[in-house]
Design a binder for this molecule. Structure first.
Ligand code: COA
Ligand code: ZN
Length: 318
């Protein structure tokens, strides 16, 4: 199996996850989670979003969270923005990168950001100018890239022309988001085989949701095509409040465990990451969908039941 030596994880739990929590997570808890993720060695964190506080009241403390976190040199702290107003707020708050949001489908874009795709791309032109003036990279995420909960299929031709517009605006990276877990591995491979050669120099990120248990298979399919950047949420938190049927992202500790088991380097300390997930479970007050937090790593072994040890045959070859 062809796999990369190293993969870069971007943790999105404090944004994609906390945005959909029914209760407002206190600012100091958000800061604490970001600090613990930093200490666990997570190289990129999408800390929050600078959106309208009425649209996503759960993240209305974006400035305070950015101001409160302890930043480790080398860790990239990004935020999600939908428009120029959000970009200006993000730059003032000192983000290292701007992640923009736009949907591949008109219906989801209207539901999510109250704009047509054309209106959104106009706003993203202004975002690009703000990012470039501030010297921060712009990564453009495309929601519903593999299917829309309102419209169904998203034609790859349409996706390609949208990406071409974003690359023209100055996107250094493109994030393909499977907002409601509609993608399957074969589809991911087909789409990436088509897109990657057409946009040389672009950093591709796959943003998966595990709504239909296809997130890790989709990551594996993308890795086979050379993608090395993946978004994930601690504990498997996550979901878009404006997409019916949305549920959590691929769980960060489950993905990191899978990658490490295959010998792929992430730079993340899995034990510390699992401890962060336990802390997040306390904060949200319920168990999260992650598996590793329950099962432990695949290297875990258990003591034998009574009476078995004496009956074990000697191992051939010692
Ligand atoms: N942050 C804070 N305020 C903002 C803002 C931002 N990023 N963008 C716009 N506003 C303010 C404007 O200043 C204006 O304020 P005013 O009425 O005091 O003049 C008001 O919001 C309306 O501006 P408008 O451009 O018409 O925005 P809108 O009401 O059409 O909303 C968005 C558009 C994009 C701001 C809103 O839909 C949004 O924030 N969506 C976020 C969706 C999201 O986060 N989804 C989950 C992630 S995938
Ligand atoms: Zn998402």
């Amino acid at each position: 199996m062809q796999v990369p030596e190293r993969v870069t994880i971007c943790e999105v739990g404090t944004r994609d996850g906390f945005q959909i929590e029914p209760d407002f997570i206190p600012t100091e808890h958000k800061i604490d989670v970001v600090n613990r993720l930093t200490e666990a060695g997570v190289p990129r964190i999408e800390v929050t979003s600078f959106v309208h506080p009425k649209a996503v009241p759960q993240l209305r403390d974006a400035e305070a969270v950015m101001a409160g976190i302890r930043r480790r040199p080398g860790t990239r702290y990004a935020a999600l923005v939908p428009n120029d107003k959000g970009a200006a707020r993000a730059v003032d708050a000192g983000v290292d990168a701007i992640h923009t949001v736009l949907s591949a489908s008109e219906s989801h874009n209207l539901a999510n950001v109250n704009m047509t795709i054309a209106e959104s791309t106009d706003k993203l032109r202004a975002v690009a100018q703000i990012a470039s003036r501030a010297g921060v990279p712009m990564q453009c995420g495309i929601s519903t890239a593999f299917g829309c909960p309102f419209e169904g299929d998203v034609p790859v031709d349409h996706l390609q022309s949208l990406i071409a517009r974003l690359v023209d605006l100055g996107a250094r990276g493109i994030g393909l988001a499977d907002t409601t877990g509609m993608a399957n591995p074969r589809q991911v491979a087909t789409v990436l085989e088509r897109l990657i050669p057409r946009f040389p120099g672009i950093e591709w990120t796959l943003h998966t949701h595990d709504t239909r248990a296809m997130a890790i298979p989709n990551v594996l399919a993308a890795m086979q095509l050379g993608v090395t950047h993946f978004d994930a949420s601690i504990g498997g938190l996550g979901g878009c409040p404006f997409a019916p049927g949305a549920s959590g992202n691929v769980c960060t500790e489950d993905l990191v465990h899978c990658l490490h088991a295959m010998g792929i380097v992430t730079g993340i300390d899995l034990d510390r990451l699992v401890a962060v997930s336990r802390r997040v479970e306390q904060i949200v007050g319920r168990p999260l969908p992650g598996q590793i937090i329950k099962a432990g790593p695949s290297t875990r072994t258990y003591p034998l039941p009574d009476g078995i040890t004496e009956r074990l045959p000697a191992r051939v070859g010692g």
